[in-house]
Each structure stands twice: as structure tokens, then as C-alpha cells.
Design a protein around this ligand. Sequence first.
Ligand SMILES: NC(=O)c1ccc[n+]([C@@H]2O[C@H](COP(=O)([O-])OP(=O)(O)OC[C@H]3O[C@@H](n4cnc5c(N)ncnc54)[C@H](OP(=O)(O)O)[C@@H]3O)[C@@H](O)[C@H]2O)c1
Length: 333
Amino acid sequence: MNNETEFRAFVIRQDEHGEVTGSVEQLSLNHLPEGNVVVKVAYSGVNYKDGLASTSNGQIVRRYPFIPGIDMAGTVVASDHPEYREGDEVICTGYELGVSHEGGYSQYVRLKGEWLLPLPQSLSLRDAMAIGTAGFTAALSIERLIHNGLHPSQGPVLVTGATGGVGSFAISMLSRLGYEVVASTGKTDQSGWLHKLGAQEVIPRIEASVATKGAIAAETWAGVIDPVGGPALSTILKQVQYGGSVAVSGMTGGGRFESSVFPFILRGVNLLGIDSVYCPMKKREAIWSRLAGEWKPESVLVEGTVEYELTDLPVLLQGILQGEAVGRSVIRL
Ligand SMILES: NC(=O)c1ccc[n+]([C@@H]2O[C@H](COP(=O)([O-])OP(=O)(O)OC[C@H]3O[C@@H](n4cnc5c(N)ncnc54)[C@H](OP(=O)(O)O)[C@@H]3O)[C@@H](O)[C@H]2O)c1
């Protein structure tokens, strides 16, 4: 393998009108950015952020042409990093991958060894990317809720955006850990699947309209995993039990919400921010070891992951932005 080695990647380009489109191109290693490890990619995931990265107004990617893909799992083929050798199986989620550094929709990536994590023993490369950024974020959210006192004896845990990546993994893991899970979804036709993942109850999307009525509402949720955000979050905050927590990771429902201080000062509710991108390495290792062990989200790995090719990306990326995603899509490189 040398800098002339050729491979395929999904490349996005911007035209003179600012329009961004993507297609599969033949590149050589010369095209890849600097880094001390080269990885032959086996799988990459399809995330909401990848959808945003591939549009003209997504405000994720700032230079073109560019290879998106915010996560990947594969095998090291060259390394100047002391901790990695040829043949090591590795994972990368977050950091600058697929945002300002050429990403995982590529048969090869060259990146900083500091961004890599060894593949945990009981996961395959495919499992690792089926879990990917979405499953890792769901696990981070659960870990924060438990750290803030959540216990199965306290009552139902609400998961919003239930059919999406973060939502479906959250349901699978919470149910495995013995929690009563209530899934909130805009796709109630997927109720059967959500029950299979481990949801005890499926409810329609919680709407923001209730937000105007009253400062607080009946104490309902012991905890909440919310990758949707937006105006409905103000309703949800009012429904959290005394001392309960809401782990907010996303914005498919919007980037803004309004709230009074009352859920915080009358009920001691905690609003917990979840970031997977710059999560410290020690915590990453601890969370991935749970994902590979006692928290392993088998129900999504078995029931909810579909494999696609690079050429399927334009349709998949458009679909995820329109809220059509159900479960997890992985790209086989
Ligand atoms: N903080 C972090 O580090 C981090 C990491 C990963 C992801 N995220 C963010 O978390 C969010 C979810 O990511 P994902 O990869 O799980 O995306 P996803 O697979 O597309 O799932 C998002 C789900 O949100 C729901 N949804 C979509 N449009 C909606 C709307 N207009 N209003 C309300 N709900 C809507 C849908 O579920 P239902 O149809 O079932 O309601 C959809 O399946 C994104 O905003 C992503 O950027 C953040």
C-alpha cells in the first residue's frame, strides 16, 4: 500500500449556486488528510449529523470537496502511533471525523491515533458501527441518568425519537437493565417493532402545545432520554418526577425550547447535556466496554440494523433528515 493506492469514497461537492451533492468517486491515498494511522474501513454508520453534513445549509461541513461519515470501524493498515499496529481492529466516533477531517464513507481513512479506540472483544466491526455514534450516545445518556440517581424502582423512563438511532438503542439498553420504557414516536405504525425492542408502552410524539398550560404537570417520568429537543422539551420538563433528570442529546425537533424555572426550583429536575463528540477517552472506553458487555443492545443489533452500500447514501441521507429513519443503517465499505 502506498499513496497511489486507489479506493472508493462518497464525496460531496458544492456547485457555483451553493448546492451540495454527493457521489461515489475513485480516489487515491494522496487525497486523504494528515494523520499517523491509516485504517481500512469495514463499516460506517448513517447519522442525522451525516445528513446535515451533506446539505448546503447543514452548517457542519465548511470546505469542499469533502468525505462525510462521522464514525467508522475497521482494521489498521499502517501506523506511526505507539498504541496501534497493522491488523488492529479499531473504532472511531466523533472528534473531527466527517466534520472537518475526511470521514468514514471511504474505504480508507487517515487520522490521529488519539481518536481511535480498540474494538472491544465481544463486538464485531459490524456490531460496532451498528451501535456507532447513536448507540454510544444512548449509552452515555443512560450512564448520566444513573449517575444522577435513576433506578428501575422509580417508574417509567421516557425515550423520544424512539424509532431513530439514539432512541432505539436507548429503549433496547434500558429494557435490558430492567427499566419500564415508554417510547414516544411520530411513527405509531412502528409500535410492534418498538415493543420488540423492549418498550412497554408506545405513545404518540409529545407536542409542545401543552407547554402553555400551567407551570408544572403531573409527575410522570422518572427519567427522560431526549434526542429530539425543540419546543416539546418544555412540556417534558414539566412532567418529570421530583428529582428526576432529562438527558438531552439532539435536535431533530428543533434547536430551541422555552421553559420557566419551575420544574427546576419546585421539583429539583436536572437537565443533563450529552456530548459524544469530545467525550474523554477514559469515559469512552468505559462506555464501550458496557456496550460490549452487560448493556449490549442485542434487540437493535438483531432486529434493527440494515446494511447498505456507498451508492445508497444519497437516498439514506435525505431520508434521515426527513425523520424517516427506523433503527440503524450501516454502510458496508
Ligand atoms: N449530542 C451528541 O453527541 C449526539 C450524538 C448522536 C446524535 N445526536 C443528535 O441526536 C439526534 C438524533 O440522532 P439520530 O442519529 O438518532 O437520528 P435519527 O436516527 O434520524 O432519529 C431521530 C428521530 O427523531 C424523530 N424525529 C425526526 N424528526 C422529528 C421532528 N420534526 N420532530 C420530532 N421528532 C422527530 C424520529 O423518531 P420518531 O419518528 O420515532 O419520533 C427520528 O427517527 C440528532 O439531532 C443528532 O444530531 C447528538
